[in-house]
Design a protein around this ligand. Structure first.
Ligand code: F6P
Length: 367
């Protein structure tokens, strides 16, 4: 007998298009394959503890429950970026956080629920967890998510296009103030250790400078560029700073690193402003876009990509091709082994075509 009961969950940070993947996978799963589909709440939290209700608990998904969700931001299943069952964070009686391995509970609960497959929608962390859960016998198909676009095995993750669109629009808006007040406006964007959002939005939004994690910066070239523009009567300047940007010889600006979580990157834009301020004549302001880049309705591109990913993930489950993640390659949906997908990250190529294009049109990278 083939697969009949499939779980679906979203892990890591929320991302525009998560609901569109759920929509695609659930519709195909129910209509084409006749499955029962269980939505797991808050990443693996709903499998670690079957009594977990924060706020709803796991839910059987129907055509009715996914109606109208395609265009909605966030995830109807909830998510978490601190639910790695192999390093699960618990708080001891002394109030200190420690991590424990609760992966056996996930396997036991998966079996108890009569599930035969799991569709895991997430980024690099979720794919690493998926790989380890597969080793423990859970049949998994992965779907690549993240606004950062830093997963190596796919040309694009869903969510990235929307984030770039939001950041581009923000640059357009900030330029109005820059021009009106003759100011240097710094816009800090997300992306963690990858500069894709900064690079793409910076080019699309006509930024004068783009600082990326992949190209350590010096402030002197920035100050010179601003002075040269002023000398030509261009009294404003727009600078995009990736949250993971680092000065030459320095580190990214990390606020904290909690157990079981990625380091929190905060302050890259402010750091540039504080140090660049004394080197230039213009007034400076900093805008941190933050989670605005992750919320709201997905772009058309992301909606379509997400639905295609969802459909394809359901097909992979039906074909019994577990251990694979759906991926986009040269415009076509394909699949790659999760082992491969979870072992490589993608970064902006410092000498790549897009950086060269930006340099050719006069964008300063601080290098
Ligand atoms: O990975 C997606 C992302 O939005 C990164 O760009 C950012 O550094 C991080 O998540 C922020 O995570 P949190 O929502 O936990 O602060």
């Amino acid at each position: 007998m083939g697969v009949q009961r499939v779980a679906i969950m979203t892990g890591g940070g929320d991302c525009p298009g998560l609901n569109a993947v759920i929509y695609g996978a659930v519709r195909v799963g129910i209509e084409k394959y006749g499955w029962e589909v269980l939505g797991i709440e808050d990443a693996t939290n709903g499998l670690i503890d079957l009594e977990y209700r924060f706020p709803k608990g796991n839910q059987w998904l129907t055509l009715e429950s996914v109606r109208g969700i395609l265009s909605r931001g966030g995830t109807i299943l909830g998510t978490s970026n601190r639910s790695d069952p192999f390093n699960y964070v618990t708080t001891g009686p002394d109030g200190k956080e420690t991590t424990v391995d609760v992966s056996d509970k996930v396997v036991a609960n998966f079996q108890k629920l009569g599930l035969q497959a799991l569709i895991s929608i997430g980024g690099d962390g979720s794919m690493r967890i998926a790989r380890k859960l597969m080793d423990k016998g859970i049949p998994i198909v992965g779907v690549p998510k993240t606004i950062d676009n830093d997963l190596a095995s796919t040309d694009q993750t869903f969510g990235f296009d929307t984030a770039v669109q939001i950041a581009t629009e923000a640059l357009d808006r900030v330029r109005d103030t820059a021009e009106s007040h003759d100011r240097v406006m710094i816009v800090e964007v997300m992306g963690r250790d990858a500069g894709f959002i900064a690079l793409h939005a910076g080019i699309a939004g006509g930024a004068d400078a783009i600082l990326l994690p992949e190209i350590p910066y010096r402030l002197e070239p920035l100050a010179e560029m601003i002075a040269a523009r002023r000398a030509k009567g261009q009294t404003h300047c727009v600078i995009v700073v990736a949250e993971g940007a680092k000065p030459l010889g320095g580190d990214a600006s990390v606020l904290e690193h909690k157990a079981g979580a990625m380091p929190r990157l905060v302050g890259a834009g402010t750091r540039v402003a504080e140090r660049l301020g004394p080197m230039i004549k213009a007034e400076l302001r900093v805008t941190v876009l933050g989670h605005i880049q992750r919320g709201g309705s997905p772009s058309n591109f992301d909606r379509i990509l997400a639905v295609r990913y969802g459909q394809s993930a359901a097909d992979l489950v039906a074909e019994g091709r577990f251990g694979h993640m759906v991926a986009l390659r040269n415009g076509a949906i394909t699949s790659v082994p999760i082992v491969e997908a979870s072992s490589g990250v993608k970064r902006v190529e410092a000498g790549g075509q897009l950086v060269q294009t930006a340099k050719a049109i006069g964008v300063c990278f601080g290098d």
